[in-house]
Design a binder for this molecule. Sequence first.
Ligand code: ZN
Ligand code: FE
Length: 239
Amino acid sequence: MKIKIIPCLQDNYSYLIIDEKKNIACVVDPSESEPVIKYLENNKIHLKFILNTHHHYDHVGGNQKLKEKYGACVIGFKGDKDRIPEIDTLVDNQETWKYEDFEAKVVHIPGHTLGHIFFYFKKQKSVFTGDTLFSLGCGKIFEGTYSQMFNSLKKLKELPYDTKIFCGHEYTMQNSKFCIAHDGNNQNLINKIKEIEKKLHNNLPTVPSTIKEELECNIFLRADNLKTFSKLRDLKDNF
Ligand code: ZN
Ligand code: FE
């Protein structure tokens, strides 16, 4: 099993989870269809599933075309059945979704939207966090409450340290500026920023991060109570 990062739109990432033995794949949050199709065609891979973390257009924009072209099945949270285009299979909080060697645990993480979920591929030690957890940041709270978002991040914090985080956007550099402004003595953060600069300089994505790195460096995960978290979220919105 291999995970391929597909840059989409301005700063989105879609991800292909590829079963290389069978040449089949799932795509997470296809913002648009073209870059995904291009990779699949070049590598002769058949798309089986579309997994959506939430209903925003920059995460579902490719659903229709990809479903048309491959007959892929769209998987999304049951509470978003009327907002995720072309949805076929409804999944619920704490459910394990499985097809042949693909297996992911679904966890409901409201805050950014009310129907946001993450997909945790335990065997691949990978979590797809959409717009809830970014490297060095977290999503804006559009639909939920601060308390919901805080609790949703807590669920991500409980994953094993070595879990790789594949998030929905390349926001890491911008996020790092906020973290360092409020956590200037954090040596782990200082080191991580150097690595981020190197990667971006070489035109490489800064994802995946890991739960360990985010626990050490991400100020929103380091906030240990709701009040601190809420204050940081407000400050970030005006940063
Ligand atoms: Zn979003
Ligand atoms: Fe987004």
